[in-house]
Design a protein around this ligand. Structure first.
Ligand code: ADP
Ligand code: MG
Length: 615
């Protein structure tokens, strides 16, 4: 019998290797940006078309390559970063396996322009599907400029598995966030379809976090700092009250490399134990510095899984240092949590992920701020007398809070099902509600002063109403007199398309005109007169800034975002009648204590607090 084993041609071997390293456009962006960092660049520009399907361009002002190196760079196992096996234990560069460029060139059309700073002339190389099409001298800027076009053009199966542009763009943004956080001393630009997504100048880490995640996060950041012989941990953690229900702002870095580490994640979660709203995850940006020989980076082709030598000691250190920072910043109240169990704010439903439709009949056209409707609306009003059973749990607030500590973050427990039914009229009738700074509503209760955040309260009410509307499938759409047409950029259009069905279930009548144009013919009756376009815009922003995969709980997400977008804002002055209705409706909700995104809606300042103040 003749021999049958052959060596695979390089192009095939590279394509197979590419399957491991390059899963999607974001992987290309990551590899090219890491190369630019290794080349010592101080400014890296990423330019994308169609979420990277059509073009991923990464240009840097790093050291550049000679003409021979430029050609060599595309060979498999070609690297300038390590020479011998021993070097694997002292890695300071992002890359070292020498397979990224070979992989990318095997499955795309790649153009490289590169020039070393001390050279007059640079090199241009064009490779497509591992075939060298052109190499020539060229005049170009110092540094390196890669253009990767038509990714997976020769691997249709891969191309087919790509998700929507919105999802692929999100992956790229995630990768850019990671390298940008790890390298605040490098300027980054990210452009998608000619629109600037990020323009990041040289920053310190705190400023970089704020630049990436929004200006509100600065007062939200608590510094962390520990230096031991084993590991140095620095960075920031988020206030528990700003923790979100979705993943997205949890980052570990080791020696400037992003890593996933579910085990260390649990250490952080344990440090936050009992001070988080239900089902929420605090943000954290933690940077570890360890001796390179104490970690193994080379256990996964994408190098995001990293093995530590002293994992359990570091685990303890993370928990202790996070806990200490929380304590220093007075986030952990000085009460013994084990005893505090009985003092909890009752919550009717712990998990908004599973929200029960409130047992109230919803009138989708009901607007809490139209007083006339309330009077004639009769039984459709969520706070009408026959629905009083809804209010029994929150009443426990007043009884239990007499013993409560003046902590602003309180642990949460399940409601006490046996609590006696107290009608909310009994407590609130004749009560005064004062609007404070057009932001809070204050009202005296048995144990002190209740403070309610007006916007969050309204978000909670709208959210439960929207969920009930979706579940009852009784949508009422109000046709617009003047339909609005609007255009979106490609990424936003993609995002909107992915939620059109959910929006329809809520009463939006939006048509896709093609070419990223849309027309709004109708809006949910429940929305007040706020401009539907601005509601859609803030809805898209909100979905973009949240990390979760949209497919999961899409309806709930849309309901929460819509509630956020359409809730009364801070600064709106409310009439007494409006305040009364807001309070009525809030306590008819299944989960009045938390906004749909898990923020605290209300708190009680205990009477002793005032006594102490006026001692
Ligand atoms: P690795 O990064 O693991 O070494 P790559 O395939 O990503 O492997 O790159 C191969 C080589 O090409 C690198 O070792 C480096 O010498 C060179 N190179 C790649 N990108 C750049 C760049 N942007 N600037 C300078 N040199 C680069
Ligand atoms: Mg590399």
């Amino acid at each position: 019998m003749s021999d049958i084993i052959q060596l695979l041609p390089d192009s095939v071997a590279n394509q197979i290797a590419a399957g491991e390293v390059i899963q999607r456009p974001a992987s290309v962006a990551k590899e090219l940006v890491e190369n630019a960092i290794d080349a010592g660049a101080s400014h890296i520009k990423i330019n994308l078309k169609d979420a990277g399907r059509t073009l991923i361009q990464v240009s840097d002002n790093g050291c550049g390559m000679s003409d021979t190196d430029a050609r060599m760079a595309f060979e498999r196992h070609a690297t300038s970063k390590i020479k011998a096996a021993n070097d694997l234990f002292a890695i300071r560069t992002m890359g070292f396996r020498g397979e990224a460029l070979a992989s990318i060139a095997a499955i795309a059309d790649v153009e490289l322009h590169t020039k070393q700073h001390d050279q007059e002339i640079g090199t241009m190389i064009h490779i497509s599907g591992s075939n060298l099409l052109k190499q020539e001298a060229t005049s170009c800027a110092n540094g390196t400029n890669f253009l990767v076009k038509n990714l997976f053009f020769n691997v249709p199966a891969r191309r087919k598995f790509l998700k929507s542009n919105a999802a692929e763009l999100k992956h790229i943004i995630n990768e850019v966030q990671r390298v940008a956080l790890a390298n605040p001393d490098i300027a980054f630009s990210l452009i998608h379809n000619q629109q600037t997504v990020y323009e990041l100048g040289l920053d310190n880490i705190r400023k970089r976090i704020v630049a990436l995640f929004g200006k509100n996060s600065t007062q939200n950041l608590i510094p962390v700092n520990t230096d031991t012989s084993l590991v140095k941990i620095t960075g920031y953690i988020g206030q528990p009250k700003h923790a979100r229900k979705t993943f997205g702002e949890q980052f570990f870095f080791v020696n400037k490399r992003f890593m996933r580490h579910p085990f260390f994640h649990r250490a952080v979660m344990q440090a936050y134990e009992k001070i988080l709203p239900p089902d929420s995850i605090p943000s954290y940006f933690l940077f570890f510095e360890v001796k390179p020989e104490n970690i193994d980076i080379n256990i996964h082709p994408t190098k995001t899984e990293i093995k530590f030598e002293n994992e359990s000691a570091i685990w303890q250190m993370i928990k202790a240092t996070v806990r200490e920072s929380l304590g220093k910043h007075n986030v952990i109240p000085s009460i013994d949590f084990d005893q505090a169990g009985s003092l909890d704010i009752p919550v009717a439903s712990r998990n908004t992920g599973n929200i029960r439709p409130p047992q109230i009949k919803i009138d989708p056209t009901y607007n809490p701020f139209e007083t006339e409707k309330k009077q004639s609306g009769g039984s459709s009003n969520p706070s009408s007398p026959k629905d009083q059973s809804q209010t029994q749990h929150w009443e426990k607030l007043y009884q239990d809070f007499e013993k409560a500590d003046p902590a602003d973050e309180l642990p949460i427990s399940q409601p006490d099902e046996t609590s006696g039914e107290i009608r909310h009229e009994d407590t609130f009738s004749g009560k005064t509600f004062i609007q404070f700074k057009n932001k809070y509503i204050l009202t005296p209760v048995k144990s002190g002063l209740m403070v309610i955040d007006q916007k969050r309260a309204h978000e909670r009410i709208l959210f439960e109403t929207f969920m009930a509307v979706i579940e009852s499938q009784e949508t009422v759409s109000q046709q617009q007199l003047f339909p609005h047409t609007f255009d979106l950029n490609a990424a936003d259009a993609e995002l909107l398309r992915s939620v059109l069905d959910d929006l329809k279930a809520l009463g939006f009548d939006i048509r896709d005109f093609g070419n990223n144009s849309f027309i709004i013919n109708g809006t949910p009756g429940i929305l007040d007169n706020s401009s539907p376009l601005s509601v859609i815009e803030s809805l898209l922003e909100d979905i973009k800034s949240s990390a979760s995969d949209l497919k999961e709980k899409a309806r709930e997400k849309v309901a929460a975002s819509l509630a956020r977008a359409s809730a009364i804002s801070y600064g709106s002055s409310l009439k007494q009648e409006e305040i009364n209705q807001l309070i009525d409706q809030l306590f008819a909700c299944a989960t009045p204590n938390f906004s749909p995104t898990g923020k605290q809606v209300l708190t009680i300042v205990p009477i002793e607090h005032f006594e102490k103040l006026l001692k």
